[in-house]
Design a protein around this ligand. Structure first.
Ligand SMILES: C[S@@+](CC[C@H](N)C(=O)[O-])C[C@H]1O[C@@H](n2cnc3c(N)ncnc32)[C@H](O)[C@@H]1O
Length: 398
């Protein structure tokens, strides 16, 4: 398939790669009577063994990739987060850090370096990453750390056993990379008509097809509709992450005491399912461009949806976690000590000073990552405040 006019064309080997994944997805569509729920399409496009976007060996992160995450923007992000980690580990009298979905390993690298400066190192720094390719890249990046830091890093393949983990569980932009269900609703009276969106083959290309949603999905959408507090227009389409609540439960089960820190773009439910957001939040990213056609080039572009932070909070409370805080990334970084971190990081040239000012802008300005990204803290057995959550408190908006 050729590139739409505004997108740079993938090279020939990338297109061959995408064709292989297209073949695999096509076979699965055929094996399912010609129709695949979008959630499964997204799961294959991102995580199919050897071929999925996060699994295959493409660049992904940074300027030459498809998107830039906060740890890639600047080490300042990790250095602020280190203050919150220090608070948790000090309150618990020690403990570990577990990072989920560690990307390029940038956050782990800078966090360990800063915690060493603060004299607040965790006993171990665990990484749980589902992509074998990224695990390898993380290991390579962390190999450059000083020996006494590197020795603390340990890759794990499943969450620590029930009730055994003490410390901090950290996930930056992990929830937005989980497969979602897409739906469309006609809010008829007395009950809405709900359709599930799936992928079919049409004239040799992937296409969308809506089918009546199964009862479990219908009930979930009716719940979202009622709880959103809005009237949706006809043919209102959006998405939800069916793994969100089970994932939070799994983290809660694992946690003996400590903090779960989730950072991602998202909204409280009322904003997520606002009537004007008629196509949801799902987007594709390719070479820093937004791709509207979500079925273009499977395996070559990222697919991502915002996080419904109300569902996260509900799942946490259902599993005996306390909602410690919910705020924007800008407020979190400021309260965690961004100004002090900057004061302790003098730059030695005008160019370096400008670069640092630029990084601060990207991390904190409302039009950049400052407000779109939000931070939620879920805790157990913590009694003192955690830096990051003592500024703006958005919990009442959930
Ligand atoms: C958008 S990237 C973010 C990477 C990194 N945290 C950062 O901020 O640069 C999403 C990451 O989450 C990983 N991931 C997705 N689902 C996961 C899960 N259930 N458990 C652990 N990692 C997961 C992906 O493989 C990838 O490393």
């Amino acid at each position: 398939m050729s590139a739409p006019l505004t997108l740079p064309a993938p090279d020939a080997s990338a297109l061959v790669h995408s064709e292989h994944l297209r073949g695999l997805i096509t076979a699965e569509i055929e094996a399912h009577q010609g129709w695949l729920p979008f959630r499964r399409y997204m799961e294959l496009a991102l995580y199919a063994p050897m071929l999925g976007y996060y699994v295959a060996h493409s660049r992904k992160f940074g300027r030459s990739g498809d998107f830039v995450t906060a740890p890639e923007v600047s080490p300042l992000f990790a250095r602020c987060l280190a203050r919150s980690c220090e608070d948790v580990l000090t309150q618990l009298g020690g403990g570990m850090i577990l990072e989920l979905g560690a990307g390029s390993g940038a956050l782990a690298t800078h966090l360990l370096q800063e915690l060493a400066v603060l004299d607040a190192l965790p006993e171990r720094y665990l990484i749980l990453e589902i992509s074998p390719d990224l695990r390898q890249r993380q290991a390579q990046r962390l190999a450059s750390l000083d020996e006494h830091l590197r020795q603390r890093v340990c890759f794990i393949t499943e969450l620590p056993a029930e009730g055994t983990f003490s410390g901090l569980i950290l996930a930056n932009e992990v929830l937005d990379a989980m497969p979602v269900e897409r739906f469309c609703v006609w809010p008829d009276i007395p009950s809405p008509r709900v359709k599930q969106l799936g992928v079919v083959m049409h004239n040799g290309a992937f296409d969308w097809q809506a089918r009546p949603a199964p009862a479990s999905m219908r009930h979930h959408i009716e719940y979202l509709y009622q709880e959103s507090g809005h009237c949706w227009p006809a043919a209102y389409c959006s998405e939800y992450n069916p793994m969100l609540a089970p994932w939070i439960k799994a983290l809660a089960d694992s946690l003996h005491q400590g903090l779960v820190l989730l950072i991602d773009y998202g909204y409280p439910r009322r904003e997520y399912y606002a009537p004007q957001r008629t196509q949801g939040t799902l987007l594709g990213y390719y070479r820093h461009r937004v791709v509207q056609d979500l079925l273009l080039w499977p395996g070559l572009m990222d697919l991502t949806a915002h996080v419904d932070f109300t569902t996260v909070a509900e799942a946490a409370l259902d599993n005996a976690l306390a909602l410690i805080g919910y705020t924007t990334q800008a407020w979190f970084l400021l309260d965690a000590g961004l100004e002090q971190v900057l004061a302790a990081s003098p730059t030695d040239s005008m160019a370096a000073q400008l670069a640092q000012a630029n990084e601060v802008k990207r991390l904190t300005l409302p039009g950049e990552m400052g407000e779109r990204f939000q931070v939620m803290g879920l805790g157990r057995g913590l009694h003192a405040p955690i830096r990051g959550f003592n500024g703006q408190d958005l919990r009442s908006r959930l």
